[in-house]
Structures are given as structure tokens and as C-alpha cells.
Design a protein around this ligand. Structure first.
Ligand SMILES: Nc1ncnc2c1ncn2[C@@H]1O[C@H](COP(=O)(O)OP(=O)(O)OP(=O)(O)O)[C@@H](O)[C@H]1O
Ligand SMILES: Nc1ccn([C@H]2C[C@H](O)[C@@H](COP(=O)(O)O)O2)c(=O)n1
Length: 249
């Protein structure tokens, strides 16, 4: 357990590797792990199961507020239950994946899940020394005060190939095309409510396009352990009207 509580906030677009990398980092550091995307998926699964009309914003928000959701923060046991029913696998089905963005762009759902996520993070800090929490708005909205804030990115091509390999066992042209909706359309819809394509101020960007999984885990651990100097995103210097960077002449 670290000597003082640690929150590692990780965001990134779909297929960038943030879930698998966050889980491995949590294991390595003996911390909890929170997959916030799974919480949005749980709300979507529940609404589909209960035939709640996903376009009825208030009904979906109420379903989120009432949801008896139990989510594990053990990186070795990612069980998710709603009212005692194990939905760990069901939330990964295509019918949920293809519709979850409709739920995730409902601002009242976001407010409710953000409240729950902050509670889980706070509990993990008290009880197990900290947590790696990942999603789309953790570095910016859920835990902007986290000790470490990292945006894990990768080129669209790399992300499509990774997800295609995971789902279809390969990344030939047809397999990549079958994956496109799960990556490109979803990111477009999700980014209408969260900024996860560019790092916010103070957030470190880790471009993983050319890195294998172990290299990404090692890079995150090196940042957290202070073994490398983080290149944080900083606001662009003010530009003069003719487009040149400002500052002293
Ligand atoms: N650096 C890497 N190189 C190659 N494959 C990777 C790398 N990082 C992760 N992967 C693989 O890519 C796939 C997608 O990773 P992961 O599910 O962690 O992405 P994600 O960003 O959490 O996506 P989503 O937000 O859609 O759930 C997984 O099969 C994972 O094992
Ligand atoms: N903090 C978060 C986490 C996830 N989402 C959205 C993005 C996806 O459409 C959906 C499921 O996430 P995934 O399991 O694919 O990472 O939830 C979000 O808006 N904010």
C-alpha cells in the first residue's frame, strides 16, 4: 500500500488500451481498479432489459438513480451485478455496446454516475491506499485532483486493429470494417459530452500507437514512480493577431 493515498486517473478513446493497462497497473501497485465505462454499460443493459426507451431522457436518468449496482474494484475480479444478477459478460454484448453512447450522453445519468464514481474512489483511497480509475472524464471531471492524470491515446488505425483483433481474431480489411462502428462512431458520439481526444491542462499524454501492451504498462508505472519527467499538456501561449506566438520579444 502506498504511504499516502493515490488516485491514478486515466482517460482515452475507445480501443486505446486504457482498461487493460489500468487493470495491470492497479495489480502491480496493489491498488483498486474502477472501470467507469462498465457503469454506463450497466445502466444501458438495465434499460434494455427493462424495456426503458433509451430516448426518454428522464426515464433513463431515473433508472440510473434507482439502479442497484454493485461493481467490484478488485482488478482480479471484475464482477458487476445489478440487483444480484451477474451482468459481467452481458454488458459486453454488441446490443449494449452499440447503444451505450445514448445513455452516456444523457447529462443526468452522467451526474448520477459521477457521484457514485467519486464515492467509490474515496472509499478505495481510505480502504486500500488508492485506485486506478479509467474512462472518458476521469482526468477532467470525476477526479481532476488525482495525483496522476494520464490520457492514453493511439492512432485510429491502431485502435481499430486492436479491437478488431480482440473481437474477430484478426485485422484484415473486412474485420476492421466490422469494428469501425464500435470505435469511430462511438467516440464521435461520446466526445459530444467529454473531452478525451486531447489532454486537458496538467494531463500527461501517452501515445501508445507504436508501443506494445507491456511497454505501455511500464510507461505508466514509470510516470507514477517519478522515473521519467512527464511532458504535461499546457495551454498554448497567447497568439498575436498575425498568428505568431506571444511572449517576450
Ligand atoms: N499497446 C497495445 N498494443 C496492442 N494491443 C493492445 C495494447 N493495449 C491494449 N491492447 C489490446 O487492445 C484491446 C483494447 O484494449 P482495451 O479494452 O483495454 O481498450 P479501451 O481503451 O479500454 O477500450 P474501450 O474504451 O472501448 O473499452 C484489448 O484486446 C487489449 O488487450
Ligand atoms: N467515464 C466514462 C466512461 C465511459 N463513458 C462511455 C463511453 C462509452 O460509450 C461507454 C462505455 O465505455 P467503454 O466500456 O467502452 O470504455 O461509456 C463515458 O462517457 N464516460
Amino acid at each position: 500500500m502506498p504511504s499516502s493515498p493515490l488516485t491514478i486517473a486515466i482517460d482515452g478513446p475507445s480501443g486505446s488500451g486504457k482498461s487493460s493497462v489500468s487493470k495491470a497497473v492497479a495489480r502491480e501497485l496493489g491498488l483498486g481498479y474502477l472501470d467507469t465505462g462498465a457503469m454506463y454499460r450497466a445502466v444501458a443493459w438495465h434499460c434494455l432489459d427493462q424495456e426503458v426507451d433509451l430516448t426518454d431522457q428522464e426515464a433513463v436518468a431515473q433508472a440510473a438513480r434507482d439502479l442497484p449496482l454493485e461493481i467490484s474494484t478488485d482488478p482480479d475480479d471484475q464482477t458487476l451485478r445489478v440487483g444480484g444478477t451477474d451482468i459481467t459478460s452481458a454488458i459486453r454484448e454488441t446490443r449494449v455496446t452499440s447503444q451505450v453512447s445514448t445513455v452516456a450522453t444523457n447529462l443526468d445519468v452522467r451526474a448520477e454516475l459521477r457521484r457514485r464514481q467519486r464515492e467509490i474512489i474515496s472509499e478505495a483511497r481510505d480502504e486500500r491506499g488508492g485506485i486506478v480509475a479509467e474512462g472518458r472524464d476521469i482526468t477532467t471531471v470525476v477526479a481532476p485532483d488525482a495525483e496522476h492524470r494520464i490520457l492514453v491515446t493511439a492512432s485510429e488505425e491502431a485502435r481499430l486493429a486492436r479491437r478488431s483483433t480482440e473481437l474477430h481474431g484478426g485485422a484484415d480489411a473486412d474485420q476492421v470494417e466490422a469494428t469501425r462502428d464500435q470505435i469511430v462512431r462511438r467516440d464521435r458520439q461520446d466526445s459530444t459530452v467529454s473531452a478525451f481526444m486531447e489532454a486537458a491542462d496538467g494531463v500527461v499524454t501517452l501515445d501508445t500507437s507504436e508501443l506494445d501492451f507491456d511497454q505501455v504498462v511500464a510507461a505508466v508505472l514509470a510516470l507514477v514512480r517519478g522515473e521519467v519527467e512527464p511532458a504535461q499538456h499546457e495551454e498554448e501561449p497567447a497568439t498575436s493577431p498575425d498568428g505568431h506566438a506571444g511572449g517576450p520579444a
